[in-house]
Ligand binder design. Structure first.
Ligand SMILES: [Zn+2]
Length: 370
C-alpha cells in the first residue's frame, strides 16, 4: 500500500495555506467538501456552525463498504489557534515548518492530510474495506465545541480514531481525564487607598489568601490542578473591589476530581468568610474522563495496523482533552492517534514528512486490517 508522499505533502501544504480559525473554518470546509466529493464520497455539513456562532459546520463524509466489516470513523479538526493566518510553510531537511511568523497548523492539518491520503490509497489499490465515516470538526481549540454539537445519532461508526496528538506515530491514546473549570469572583469594597483605606476591603488580598491555601500542580498520579488567571484592581490608589481567579482541575478519576475541586472551593469560601465578603463561583464541566480497555476492537485493530506497517504501538494515557473525550461521553468508543507534530500552538511548530507519511500509512492499514 504505497503512500504517494508527494501528493500527501502537496495536500498538507495546500491545507495549511487556507486560513482557518475556531468559528472561521468556512474556506477549509469548502475545500474539503470539494475534495471529498471528487473522491466520490457522500458529503454533508451539519449545523454545528449555527449552534456555536461560527461560519461552517462539521463536515461528515461517508464511503460505503462491506457490511461484514466494522464501520470506522476517522476524524481531525479543521480549526487552528492564533497566529494561524497567512501561513507560509517551509520545507527544510525533510521537516515542514512555518516561516516563523505563524504557527504551522500541523495541528490538525496533518490529521486531515493523513486521512485524505489513506482514502486515496485505499481507492487506488482497490483494497476491500468496510464503511468509512470521515468527520472534520470545527472549533476543537478552546472548547471542543464542534464535537459537542455533533449529533451522535447521525453517526453510524462502531468506533472512532481521532488523528490529533503530538505523541509519536504508533501512540494510541486510550485514557484522558475529566476537566472542570472553577471561576471564582471575590468581592471586596472599594475605597481611596491613601485617604481612607480602612473603609475598603481588598479583593485581591482575599483572593491571594484563598490561593495561598490551595494545593495546586500535580496532586497525585491521576490528578492535576491549576490557578491560571488572576484579574483584579483598577489603579494603585483604589482598594480593589473585585478580583477574579480562574482555575481548573483534571483527573482520570471522577471522585478525585470532585474531591480536589471541593478543597479549592472550601479554600475560597474560608478566605471570603474571614473577610466577611461575598464570593461567586461558576463551575464548568469541560469534558469527562474515559478509559478504553486494551481488549476493545478499536485498540486491537490499531495495534494490528501498527504491526503491519512496522511501527511500535504504544497504548497510553494523556492529561489533555480532545474531541475523542466528547465522543466517548456520547458512547462512541474513541481513541486518539499520534501524529508526532512538534511544538504545536507555537510559531516553532513543525512536522516531519516521514511522520506525515507514517500516519497516512497507519490510517490505510487500519482500513485494510479491519
Ligand atoms: Zn489538535
Amino acid at each position: 500500500m504505497p503512500i504517494n508522499q508527494e501528493r500527501l505533502v502537496d495536500e498538507f501544504l495546500t491545507l495549511v495555506q487556507i486560513d482557518s480559525f475556531a468559528g472561521e473554518e468556512r474556506d477549509v470546509a469548502d475545500y474539503l467538501r470539494r475534495q471529498l466529493t471528487r473522491l466520490g464520497l457522500n458529503v454533508m455539513e451539519d449545523d454545528a456552525g449555527k449552534t456555536i456562532g461560527g461560519n461552517a459546520g462539521n463536515i461528515i463524509a461517508r464511503m460505503p463498504g462491506q457490511s461484514d466489516k466494522p464501520t470506522i470513523m476517522f476524524s481531525a479538526h479543521m480549526d487552528r489557534v492564533a497566529p494561524g493566518k497567512g501561513i507560509k510553510p517551509v520545507i527544510e531537511d525533510g521537516t515542514i515548518k512555518s516561516d516563523g511568523s505563524t504557527i504551522l497548523g500541523a495541528d490538525d492539518a496533518a490529521g486531515i492530510a493523513a486521512i485524505l491520503e489513506a482514502v486515496r490509497v485505499v481507492q487506488e489499490a482497490e483494497i476491500p474495506h468496510g464503511s468509512l465515516e470521515l468527520v472534520f470538526t470545527i472549533a476543537e481549540e478552546g472548547g471542543l465545541y464542534g464535537a459537542k454539537a455533533l449529533d451522535r445519532s447521525q453517526l453510524k461508526a462502531d468506533f472512532a480514531y481521532f488523528l490529533d496528538s503530538n505523541d509519536e506515530v504508533g501512540a494510541i491514546i486510550n485514557r484522558a481525564p475529566s476537566h472542570q473549570n472553577l471561576d471564582f469572583t471575590f468581592y471586596g469594597k472599594a475605597a481611596h487607598a491613601g485617604v481612607s483605606p480602612e473603609l475598603g476591603i481588598n479583593a485581591i488580598k482575599i483572593a491571594a489568601e484563598a490561593i495561598a491555601s490551595m494545593d495546586i500542580g500535580r496532586i497525585d498520579h491521576e490528578t492535576t490542578s491549576n490557578v491560571g488567571v488572576v484579574q483584579g484592581g483598577v489603579a494603585t490608589n483604589i482598594v480593589p473591589e473585585v478580583c477574579t481567579v480562574k482555575c481548573e482541575v483534571r483527573s482520570l478519576s471522577p471522585d478525585k476530581l470532585i474531591a480536589q475541586a471541593e478543597k479549592m472551593i472550601t479554600a475560597a469560601r474560608n478566605s471570603a468568610a474571614r473577610f466577611g465578603t461575598k464570593l461567586d463561583l461558576q463551575m464548568t464541566d469541560c469534558y469527562s474522563a474515559f478509559t478504553i480497555p486494551e481488549s476493545h476492537p478499536v485498540i486491537q485493530l490499531a495495534v494490528k495496523a501498527c504491526e503491519a506497517i512496522g511501527v511500535a504501538p504504544q497504548i497510553k494515557g494523556t492529561g489533555g482533552g480532545s474531541d475523542a473525550s466528547i465522543l466517548n461521553s456520547k458512547s462512541l468508543p474513541s481513541v486518539v492517534l499520534g501524529l508526532n507534530y512538534k511544538d504545536a500552538h507555537s510559531t516553532r511548530e513543525s512536522v516531519a514528512i516521514a511522520d506525515l507519511a507514517k500516519a497516512a500509512e497507519l490510517v490505510a492499514a487500519i482500513i485494510k486490517q479491519a
